[in-house]
Design a protein around this ligand. Structure first.
Ligand SMILES: [Zn+2]
Length: 67
C-alpha cells in the first residue's frame, strides 16, 4: 500500500477500511485532521513523523464523516 492508496481510502473507503489503515512507511497509526474552513485534510503518522496536507478537497472525506 502507498500513501496514494491511503488517501483514496480516507476519502472513499468504508468505516472498516479506514479504521484498519496503517502507515505504509512504519505500520504506525494514522491521524487525520480535516479543516472544514479551508477544505484541507492533514494526514499524520506520529510514529515516523510523516506529515502531509491535502488542500482544496472537493468533498468531505469519509474518514471525517464517519466520526
Ligand atoms: Zn509512519
Amino acid at each position: 500500500m502507498t500513501w496514494d492508496d491511503v488517501v483514496d481510502i480516507l476519502f472513499d473507503g468504508s468505516e472498516k477500511e479506514i479504521k484498519s489503515l496503517r502507515c505504509p512507511d512504519c505500520n504506525g497509526k494514522i491521524t487525520t485532521i480535516y479543516n472544514v474552513n479551508n477544505n484541507s485534510l492533514k494526514v499524520l503518522c506520529k510514529s515516523c513523523g510523516y506529515n502531509s496536507v491535502l488542500n482544496g478537497c472537493e468533498s468531505i472525506p469519509n474518514c471525517f464523516r464517519i466520526r
